[in-house]
Design a protein around this ligand. Structure first.
Ligand SMILES: [Zn+2]
Length: 271
């Protein structure tokens, strides 16, 4: 990628459709959006046309929430694999840069066994995408709840196994999951350095991350907040982005959508 793109999670407030969404982003000098397929991968022809007419805007996809690649029942595993594949097929159809999703829950399983399962399930996903010649980045996300599979280490370890997989680093999730840690310049640098050391410069030059204000407790993530009402230190995160010369997409998931995205971009450009 040529630069860091600032994306809204979903369409901006009050933009009724994608045509209006892209106009609004243009007006605010923002760089694109993440298409939220949270309730299933479907879109009308009209939506498809509006998204394809986005000109120079960048899009990414968020897969359905109802994905658990560690489900106990075979039909649920297959349905979860299909939801990841359908998100990638939509990315191929709409020209999205990258897709992300919450991959699994532990359900009491130990980390080692689950890592093996995750590698196996992702092998099926990647092989299918290769057969279909779909080349989009596939990214399990670092998750915010302790019941969810997806620590930084786990996501990076999985990414090492497949050329087409890279992490989606959700900084708010890591912060929430670790009870308030990972909120300083040094800690953000640690994360980026860890990614670079394990996966190479390609991971920093083709980045996909999430950020938002966040409310959290013992078990991790509770809900997203706007930056102003949260303790999230986005300023130091952006300084770390600058230092590591991150290129790709950072998606802002604050509830006020475009406002916090704009705050991020303006601060970043001021550095
Ligand atoms: Zn997510």
């Amino acid at each position: 990628m040529d630069k860091l793109h600032f994306l809204t999670a979903g369409i901006p407030t009050n933009a009724k459709d994608y045509t209006n969404a892209f106009l609004k982003l243009d007006e605010m000098n923002l760089d694109g959006l993440e298409v939220e397929f949270v309730h299933g991968v479907r879109y009308s022809d009209k939506t498809r046309e509006a998204i394809l007419a986005r000109n120079n805007k960048l899009i990414t996809h968020h897969g359905p929430y109802y994905i658990n690649l560690n489900a106990q029942e075979e039909d649920k595993i297959q349905a979860s694999i299909k939801r990841v594949l359908d998100t990638a097929r939509a990315a191929d159809d709409l020209g999205a840069y990258s897709i992300t999703y919450h991959a699994a829950f532990y359900l009491g399983q130990d980390e080692k066994t689950l890592m093996k399962t995750m590698i196996e399930r992702h092998k099926t996903i990647i092989e299918t995408l290769e057969e279909e010649n779909i080349k989009v980045w596939i990214r399990p996300e670092t998750t915010g709840k302790k019941s969810q599979w997806g620590t930084l280490e786990e996501i990076v370890e999985l990414s090492k196994q497949f050329e087409q997989i890279l992490p989606c680093i959700d900084f708010a999730h890591i912060h929430a999951r670790e009870n308030g840690k990972f909120n300083t310049y040094d800690e953000f640098c640690y994360i980026l350095d860890y990614v670079a050391k394990n996966l190479g410069e390609i991971a920093l030059n083709n980045f996909h991350g999430h950020v938002a204000g966040i409310n959290y407790g013992e078990k991790g993530e509770k809900n997203h907040l706007i930056f102003e009402e949260s303790d999230f230190n986005y300023q130091d995160l952006l300084k770390a982005f600058k230092k590591f010369d991150i290129k790709g997409a950072i998606v802002c998931e604050s509830p006020n959508i475009e406002i916090d995205t704009k705050i991020l971009k303006d601060y970043y450009l001021s550095l």
